[in-house]
Write a protein that binds this ligand. Structure first.
Ligand SMILES: Cc1ncc(COP(=O)(O)O)c(C=O)c1O
Length: 427
């Protein structure tokens, strides 16, 4: 096929999607056909450096042999059974997850939002159990401003941005938002009417913002004082992205419940709720369930992903390359006023830009240079690369950013930018 024919394939797909799909997505005009390592390849054979990994999913990059082998082997044996019967994968994966999270019991879902839904249901059921045992505890949830927990009704009710909730009103009642990292507001809103506090240990969509040690500790202390559950949503920051299996392990604080998804099965949909024995007391057969969640294929791949992360020392690698990435971005911030902050942990990294227009321009310019990043919270360039990223890839990305911020468009914007904190606002 010549170049024109190949281009028309993308155009044909665009036209068909415009006719056939709900218009939920504003896609970039690229047709990816395969991937290898940290690169995606489009229909014309052009390579793209992927610093977003399918929004934090493809932890081992593309075409990783461990994933290919697990899929091939398991697909030949058994893909789906339903949860009416046993298969070999769930207990084996649950053991790995309980050992790595420090928690006791697991429920498998398919996606992040389903894990959140299940965690909210668990908290309500647990509060009901406590009430039946004579405790006074209510049904209210506290979530945080700038949070993102998913698109289904319960998760959406706990997601702060009004634009995600308002078109679908009325939402699920019973969620109150606490100002981010504001201990006084948390104390004021907490009472024994609350059955759970839901937090992202490091907010993802909210702009790569960590909880402060003090705020997280206060949330832990308050929930402990009443029996309410502390739920840490680790869907974006968990499973090794920050250099530890769970981001809450950087704080030395153990929640009652954590939710996992995105990179859990390296690109095959899988989510999980992991909780304490105490919280698990509230759930009995028939109370919650799913047709697909925890199927043999997804479990086999998740086991392979966890084992590969461990065998290849990817937690240490994510820390090392992440620190290098942060250092390079901080050096860049010293040269370009438009970068007002650099923060992150491991391979969950943000560079905050002086204006939303400039941030958008930078994402588009990076794409022209075949480097995939995105922008969240209007002004935050977000990097969620595969854990197999190397320093050389960081150098490529930082050189591209340097070039973009040196160009007249970025430069003129930077002249009008406000103050900056020298890019040292990390954690
Ligand atoms: C922290 C967090 N929680 C929950 C979700 C929802 O996950 P999913 O899109 O798999 O439903 C996301 C997705 O971006 C997330 O970042």
């Amino acid at each position: 096929m010549d170049r024109l024919d190949k281009m028309s394939k993308l155009e044909q797909i665009q036209a068909a999607e415009a006719r056939l799909l709900l218009s939920t997505y504003d896609r970039n005009p690229i047709l990816f056909v395969r991937g290898e390592g940290v690169h995606l390849v489009d229909e014309q054979g052009e390579k793209y450096l992927d610093l977003l990994s399918g929004i934090g999913v493809n932890a081992l990059g593309y075409a990783h042999p461990a994933i290919e082998e697990a899929i091939a082997k398991q697909s030949r044996a058994l893909i789906h059974t339903s949860n009416l019967y046993y298969h070999e994968g769930q207990a084996e994966l649950a053991l790995r997850l309980t050992e790595r999270t420090g928690l006791d019991r697991v429920f498998f879902s398919n996606t992040g939002t389903e894990a959140i839904e299940g965690a909210l249901k668990l908290a309500r059921a647990h509060a009901g159990l406590l009430r039946s045992e004579g405790k006074h505890i209510g049904t209210k949830f506290l979530a945080l401003e700038h949070s993102f927990h998913g698109r289904t009704f319960g998760s959406m009710a706990a997601t702060h941005k009004a634009k995600y909730r308002e078109p679908f009103a009325p939402g699920v009642p019973g969620v109150e938002f606490v100002k981010f990292n504001d201990i006084a507001d948390l104390r004021a809103k907490f009472s024994n009417e609350v059955c759970a506090i839901l937090v992202e240990t490091i907010q993802g969509e909210g702009g790569i913002r960590p909880l402060t040690q003090e705020f997280f500790a206060e949330a832990r202390a308050l929930t402990e004082s009443t029996g309410a559950l502390l739920i840490a949503d680790e869907i974006q920051c968990g499973m090794g992205r920050t250099g530890k299996w769970c981001a809450y392990q950087h704080f030395g604080i153990l929640p009652d419940v954590t939710t996992l998804a995105k990179p859990l099965a390296g690109g095959i949909p899988l989510g999980a709720i992991v909780c304490t024995e105490e919280a698990a007391r509230a759930i009995h057969a028939g109370m919650h369930g799913t047709t697909f969640g925890g199927g043999p294929l997804a479990c086999a791949v998740a086991i392979a992903v966890i084992d590969a992360i461990e065998r290849d020392n990817l937690l240490a690698h994510a820390t090392e390359v992440g620190n290098y990435f942060l250092a390079q971005l901080r050096a860049l911030a010293l040269r370009h006023n438009a970068i007002v902050d650099v923060r992150g942990r491991g391979l969950m990294i943000a560079a905050e830009i002086s204006s939303a227009e400039l941030a958008k321009l930078v994402v588009a310019e990076m794409l022209k240079r075949h480097i995939l990043i995105n922008c969240t919270s209007d002004t935050v360039l977000r990097f969620l690369p595969p854990y197999i990223l190397e320093r050389a890839h960081v150098d490529t990305a930082v050189a591209a950013l340097d070039e973009i911020f040196t160009e007249p468009a970025a430069h003129s914007d930077a002249q009008t930018a406000g103050g900056k904190n020298n890019g040292q606002g990390s954690f």
